[in-house]
Design a binder for this molecule. Sequence first.
Ligand code: GLN
Length: 500
Amino acid sequence: MSLCDLTARELHRRLAAGEISAAEVARACLERIDAVEPEVRAFITVTGERLLAEAERIDAARRDGEALQPLGGLPVAIKDNIVARGVATTCASRILENFVPPYDATVVERLAAAGACLAGKTNMDEFAMGSSCENSAFFPTRNPWDPKRVPGGSSGGSAAAVAAGEAVFALGSDTGGSIRQPAAFCGIVGMKPTYGRVSRYGLVAFASSLDQIGPLTRDVTDCALVLNAICGHDPRDNTSAPEPVPDFTDSLTGEVRGLRVGVPREYFGEGIDPEVKGAVGAAIDLFAELGAQVDECSLPHTEYALAAYYLIAPAEASSNLARYDGVRYGHRAAAGDFVTMYKKTRQEGFGPEVRRRIMLGTYALSAGYYDAYYKKASQARTLIRRDFEQAFERFDVLVTPTSPVTAFKLGERAADPLAMYLADVCTIPVNLAGLPAVSIPCGFQEGLPVGLQIIGRAFDERTVLRAAYAFEQHTDFHRRRPPLARAVMTSGKGLWGVVR
Ligand code: GLN
């Protein structure tokens, strides 16, 4: 195994012991990027020179006797809707193609303070709208487990980069499942923390009442380590919660005896692939064997979640995306008068899915329709949140599939928006309720990973991680690495700098 296939914790151990240097880890990742990127295409921008320079700085500080920070010297990949000063942030959109942000997102600052080194910015569905990475304006990313298949989305580049060993961990954003679903498709761990847990300052807004940043990692311990670094109140984000941040690694006991695990029946109905159901069912049996109290429950308003989401999210998006006007930043169409310039800029700059969402959202918010659509959706959202509150009176966590299916083929759903929207039917209710949830690998079907979703109470990431870690201790799905073809491994050519 190459250094770039190890977990953050294992690398930290070796770095702290002086067995390896941060520069060696950085070079291992860059070599892997060179080798697999022509096939996987997880990155929009690779910051190779910056990565090496940062790693060398960490090594120098170590030689001067400084202690190794918690993520010291670890290459991180960051979704291209989170800003890092001086590095292009495109949101995989033509409209931001040449935008270079003048500041760091809070999470980028916090990762830097924890010693992590930036490997690059990852591909995504344009403005995080999609479930396959095919809505990127630049190119689709491919699933490292099978390059004919999608990596999921919208944080597909981040998930593929971690699965393929191009970065040790990654950040994504999750509005309706965009961290958990690609984590499931790529066989890694992905967590959406509680709404408000992680600052959204420097995250390009899609749907502000749903968006949350979170980690994509090789295992649950790494997920806890990254959460330790990025969580916490931030005065620059007024939805950021003042809640104290615990040490998330503390909860990784390996014990679930007596833990009350609820299985919501609505998540096992029609539309869920029988193979996914099988793998998730086996995972639930394992919880019972480990001494958890497993019982069925109901979240009766689940059926309204998708419809409510596809009113609320586009409504918020239509407002958030009004700022791309060709005046303040990003693409500007060459045109005469102001109104023509504005129209042309947006026409040229936004792809078809983003335009669809803007139209849906504008319609839902328009006078005369507001009550019938946006207000109704908000009411459904309240009912969905209450369902969860009631379930959490009886249970500590709820377990469901992360996605109804395993990774689908490129192009298979691209022409049918509704089929694509259904990819997130299990993850969207969690965003509507603002709860924390993780996806962990729980099996393989015909060589493709299956994800298990564990949902917790607001601000109780610890219990979610405890359950996830106990499961991981008794399985080895998280140790498998995708069998990238030998040809791919040897075909690398120089890709440093921008690879768009
Ligand atoms: N696939 C969903 C959408 O297209 C969720 C995306 C996300 O979580 N960013 O809106």
